[in-house]
Write a protein that binds this ligand. Sequence first.
Ligand code: HEM
Length: 224
Amino acid sequence: MSTAVVSRTAGKRWWWFLWGLLALGALATAAVFVPPYLVGGTTVPGLDRITPGYYTSLVIHAVPAGIALVTGPWQFIPRLRTRYPRLHRVTGRVYLVAVVVASLAAVYSSAVTKSGFALQVAFFVLIVAWLHTAAKAYTSIRRREVRMHRIWMIRNYALTFAAVTLRLYQLPLIALMNSVTWLEYREVYTTSAWLSLLGNVLVAEYFIVHRFLEGRREAPASTA
Ligand code: HEM
């Protein structure tokens, strides 16, 4: 077997491993955090139930956000895309509508949340970026720019995935609250939100540059 074949096989295994982690993280987060909102509950201790419309906005946000989180990973599997293009198109539309509904509901939750200004800024940056990347992904595929569509979808899903990394960053920080007495949950939440936003954007951009340069080296004329 040539070195190129060996490294391509290793690359594929690595891709599937990362995809598996991504899908598992997405499914687990949606399965744990979204269902309580379908039955009038929550996993957040002491959640504000007094501010009018806040809880309802969380329901309207969390359910479609969960749909986006769960449907997203399948859209990146090349074989599914090429074998079932109609399924890819329908799922893609469901995903984009879910992102739009979830972000519009999050506008209200972010405006009225009592979690502080720094967290509100992080959420509003996320909302604008989530809507902008979704619009770019949609308009690029309408113009048949497949490569640009893929790039914008990677950026968009990286933002969707902030829901997973936010909760992962919270785990060690919440544990730290036991030993660091001045650390409050509000600070843990804010730090995790900013880390997930910036970290996910950096990882997505690294991945895009890496793939893009690799693609140009191997197939300069390719559009996909
Ligand atoms: C990336 C864009 C997103 C933005 C801008 C966003 C924004 C928000 C905001 C503002 C809140 C209320 C927090 C508070 O009042 O302190 C919230 C809560 C929530 N979000 Fe998102 N969110 C996003 C993505 C997601 C995704 C993809 C999911 C899927 C699981 C999700 C699930 C939830 C849930 C379940 C809550 C209620 C709090 C909890 O139970 O943990 N969000 N989100």
